[in-house]
Design a protein around this ligand. Sequence first.
Ligand code: IMP
Length: 190
Amino acid sequence: MKLVFATHNKNKFEEVKAMLPDYLELLSLDDIGCSEDIAETAETIEGNAILKADYIRKKYKLNCFADDTGLEVKSLNNEPGVFSARYAGDSNNANANMEKLLKNLEGKQDRSARFKTAIALNMEREEIMFLGICEGEITEKPRGNSGFGYDPIFQPNGFNKTFAEMTLEEKSKIGHRGKAMRQLIDYLSK
Ligand code: IMP
């Protein structure tokens, strides 16, 4: 069965492809000749995942899944959430995003936060949503050099390391994206 992963991100694509059973032929957006960036105009993380998967399903008539992730900080009314990539402007600058978040949290007691990954699967006869959540807190300062985005300031509950101080394997085991991906893979393997 052919299945499209609606992403232009080669790292994400290879990571997921390695986890899937052989009978699934995973195709990237490049593989199906889709070079455009699908606009993420929904108001929620789930909405953006659905929007991307639906777009591909309708336009190319292929089974497809898409993901979207955001960081929700409790005392900031769940910001940056769906705006995580663009929190400090359109350039998706991780340092500027982290700086803005730390500034907005100054003086707040509650630093709890969670990462949420939504994966929308859109197949001919079914549409299913998988959610992966990782609870934690925002540190006072960035720590560690691995990962990307907000990793240096996010410490998952039960650990004294930030995501950026973990290996990719450690992070995938407990992280939001790994949790959502494993649900998708379980479902597709059945
Ligand atoms: P995307 O939906 O995976 O492109 O994620 C949107 C934005 O959320 C990224 O640009 C990052 O700023 C942030 N983000 C997503 N996943 C992670 C993560 O695992 N660690 C840190 N930041 C992340």
